[in-house]
Design a protein around this ligand. Structure first.
Ligand code: PLP
Length: 389
């Protein structure tokens, strides 16, 4: 049997349609979008077309509110550092949560070393923060609130619109890391009210190394990458033309197929979840119990008595790709900060396995995992002398 890929929160395969759309931009249309000759102008056209595609996907008012970056990590870094630097005379306090991606958390930690103050809001047992928490955390010197749209480990959907409202009541900017949400659930900057939004192509069928930051018109921002005048002097560097074209196609396709894909992925995930709970005892679900409040493809479980890593290694031997915690922290021995934040103890956090499904997965693959996983768990538990109480 072919390999089974259940790690779509880590990355996704580039679709055929995206790849074919990108290919001409490596060899035939290889222009530098800043050049004034025809080859350059063709490249510029492609870049601006992709910018409009992202604009439409996010329901942004203006294409000029979209900036291309090297991915989700850069977008998060830029949103937070850019606002912090531009507004440091106004205040030096930032509000975020304990369950953000490290691209947000480590950026905030760096800002703390530069003299900023950061409040890391705790979350409830399902990973949610409330507008009330945001209101209570805001101070006179708060300049930014940053809360992710959907969590990459446990799939929790945050009440972004209400959180943005809470920030706006005090005239404070709101940033959201929508890297997991974009392409999986509707993301709309008009209705959510986010002033800044990060996304990354490789999480929804696009290539790696390209992303975007939405910046609402009028938002005061410093640049992060210094150099040439690209991206309206806000982000230097020759545009990643094939990547930008790929991002534009990927986000357009993902939005067009969003409902169909979400239905498919959710039904596979539900089948997998139900099957695992029927076949394996001593399993805890990490994240919202209600499927509606979780990303369609997300399933994060703690298989009690085991190390998530050992389960992964055994799954990998069978050709099944899964993850424990996030891909970025794989290999680290620290338990997931997200699982600790929702109240799991260290052992339960270490027992976590994350299965994230994508549109190209099939019921046959789910059933194959449902056949293999219980055998692996039984075998590992037997060798480790684990008993169900
Ligand atoms: C993957 C991910 C990122 C990082 O995006 P890259 O494009 O890989 O840098 C940031 N935030 C979240 C929630 C993610 O899932």
């Amino acid at each position: 049997m072919d390999r089974i890929y259940f790690d779509h929160a880590g990355t996704t395969p580039v679709t055929e349609h995206v790849l074919n759309g990108m290919l001409p931009y490596f060899r035939e249309n290889y222009g530098n979008a800043s050049s004034i000759h025809g080859t350059g102008r063709d490249a510029r056209k492609a870049v601006e077309n992709a910018r409009r595609q992202v604009q439409h996907a996010l329901c942004a008012e203006n294409a000029s509110e979209i900036y291309f970056t090297s991915g989700g990590s850069e977008s998060d870094n830029w949103a937070i550092k850019g606002c912090a630097m531009a507004q440091k005379e106004k205040g030096r306090h930032i509000v975020t949560t304990q369950i953000e991606h490290h691209a947000v958390l480590h950026t905030c930690a760096w800002l703390e070393q530069q003299g900023f103050d950061v409040t890391y809001l705790p979350v409830d047992k399902e990973g949610r923060v409330t507008p009330e928490q945001v209101r209570n955390a805001i101070r006179e010197d708060t300049i930014l609130v940053s809360v992710m749209t959907a969590n990459n480990e446990i799939g929790t959907l945050e009440p972004v619109r209400e959180l943005a409202e809470a920030a706006h009541e005090r005239h404070i900017l709101f940033h959201t890391d929508a890297v997991q949400a974009a392409g999986a659930i509707p993301v709309d900057v008009q209705s959510s009210g986010a002033d800044l939004l990060s996304l990354s192509a490789h999480k929804f069928g696009g290539p790696k190394g390209i992303g975007a930051l939405y910046v609402r018109k009028g938002t005061l921002m410093d640049r992060l990458i210094h150099g040439g005048d690209q991206e309206r002097r806000m982000r230097a560097g020759t545009e990643n033309l094939p990547g930008i074209v790929g991002l534009g196609i990927a986000i357009t396709d993902a939005c067009e197929q969003l409902e169909e894909h979400a239905l498919h992925v959710r039904s596979l995930r539900d089948r997998l979840q139900k099957g695992i709970f029927e076949r394996i005892h001593g399993v805890l679900l990490n994240g919202p119990v209600s499927a509606e409040e979780r990303l369609p493809g997300n399933l994060n479980l703690s298989i009690l008595g085991l190390q998530g890593e050992s389960v992964l290694l055994r799954l990998d031997l069978e050709g099944i790709a899964a993850s424990s915690g996030s891909a970025c922290t794989a290999g680290s021995l620290d338990p997931s900060h997200v699982l600790l934040a929702i109240g799991r103890d260290t052992d339960t956090a270490h027992a976590s396995v994350r299965l994230t499904l994508g549109w190209e997965n099939t019921e046959t693959e789910v059933d194959e995992v449902l056949r293999i996983l219980p055998e692996i768990v039984q075998d590992l538990r037997r060798t480790q002398g684990y008993e169900i109480h």
